[in-house]
Design a protein around this ligand. Structure first.
Ligand code: ZN
Length: 185
């Protein structure tokens, strides 16, 4: 459960820590505002992928399903700064599929938590394998990290690409090639 009061106290301390006057007009409502915002951007803390992937539809002899360019926003757990970009999700059904919007919802469940991109990628692929039980799954995420662009090495535009493969996508390089070919369309 997200405890808004704790977040408010923490933000107040943080502002005091950087030397701010927490009582000045512009900041007075900031702790409460951030607490409400955190409820939204960390909503995944209280969600499971089961709700998204639990409901499936039977399908016969389906080829690969690819949902690409799913925009997401997440928060890097090392700096609590945003990273954001696109997720591409593919799976090879084994007799059942999920509604397409459910793939995007699954991304949201994991993105709306303190994250690192590598883990986000793997968690989505593992959730697909666990709940949908396809023959295989492949997830590619490309993202820009604010902790790289506004601080540290300051490299705006640098994108990090991560990839997770499971099942037939791990065993069969041809499946991965098909994924990349479909991505070019
Ligand atoms: Zn970071």
């Amino acid at each position: 459960m997200i405890e808004k009061e704790k977040i408010e106290q923490a933000v107040t301390l943080l502002l005091e820590g950087i030397g701010e006057d927490v009582n000045r007009e512009g900041l007075r409502e900031t702790p409460g505002r951030i607490a409400r915002m955190y409820e939204e951007i960390f909503a995944g803390m209280e969600q499971t992928p089961e709700a998204c992937l639990g409901r499936t539809f039977p399908v016969k002899d389906s080829g690969m399903v690819l949902e690409r360019d799913i925009t997401f926003y997440s928060i890097c757990e090392h700096h609590l700064l945003p990273f954001y970009g696109k997720a591409h999700i593919a799976y090879l059904p084994d007799g059942k599929v999920v509604g397409l919007s459910k793939l995007a919802r699954t991304v949201e469940v994991y993105a709306r938590r303190p994250q690192i991109q590598e883990q986000l990628t793997v968690q989505i692929a593992e959730a697909l394998m666990k709940y949908l039980k396809p023959k295989g799954a492949m997830v590619v995420i490309e993202a820009e990290h604010m902790c790289m662009t506004m601080r540290g090495i300051k490299k705006p535009g640098a994108r990090t690409v991560t990839c997770a493969v499971q099942g037939v996508f791990a065993q069969d390089k041809g499946m991965q090639e098909t994924f990349w070919r479909m991505m070019e369309r």
